[in-house]
Design a protein around this ligand. Structure first.
Ligand code: DC
Length: 208
């Protein structure tokens, strides 16, 4: 069984994806981490994330980088969004994701284009959203707890910029697959959102 979880930044999709993978016993790939690793690698090499050639070179990042917590920062998220607009980068990262999705026994992947490009054949597709203000508030609260010095306005501006880039890129823009189930987590606690996602998956499998 393949489960695809897509959605914008800070929608809750990562938390939901991890919980679903655990619940259904599936191997899990956070595909955003691959783009984050590319963005970080480009920076390390002194390249320009907006340049397709430099960004493509960054795709040769060492696998050990994927375990590095630095990848989870807002700054690296912004770099990831910039390198992800290049079709060359998307193509270079595609095989790894397609192979992961189609391994025997199934898998769960979260990202932006899993249901549309990486695994259009997924058994269940979820598209997780929430209003930008709610996503910014969640991200801001998370950062404050971690002791990061940020402002709510700064985070909201970042979220708008990332949404704009992710939605408007020509290659594999962020959009729900036609057969995706929309899950708006705006008014839900984490626990309720996870439960709603489990129910959606179970209902879809039953209809199967
Ligand atoms: O999910 P995330 O915030 O870690 O993703 C970081 C960036 O990577 C996101 O702004 C766009 C890009 N991305 C993508 O283009 N396709 C994916 N499947 C996953 C992430």
């Amino acid at each position: 069984m393949i489960i695809a979880v897509d959605g914008p930044t800070a929608s809750g999709k990562g938390t939901i994806a991890k919980a679903l993978a655990k619940h259904f016993g599936l191997p899990f790939l956070d595909t955003g981490l691959l783009y984050r690793a590319v963005g970080y690698q480009v920076l390390q090499e002194g390249g320009d994330p907006d340049n397709a050639g430099d960004a493509l070179k960054g795709c040769d990042f060492p696998d050990t980088l994927l375990a590095d917590d630095t990848l989870r920062s807002e700054a690296v998220g912004g770099l990831a969004s910039r390198v992800s607009v290049h079709p060359e980068v998307r193509a270079a990262l595609k095989k790894r994701q397609v192979d992961f999705a189609h391994q025997p026994g199934g898998a769960l992947l979260d990202g932006r284009d899993i249901g549309t490009v990486i695994a259009p054949d997924a058994d269940v597709k979820l598209f997780v959203t929430a209003p930008a203000q709610v996503r910014a508030r969640r991200r801001y609260d998370e950062m404050v707890v971690r002791g990061v010095d940020v402002t709510f306005e700064g985070i909201l501006a970042d979220i708008h910029a990332r949404d704009e880039r992710d939605l408007s890129r020509a290659d594999a823009p962020l959009k729900p697959a036609e057969d995706a189930h929309l899950l708006d987590t705006g008014n839900l606690t984490i626990g309720a959102a996870v439960q709603a996602a489990i129910t959606l998956v179970e209902q879809t499998l039953q209809k199967g």
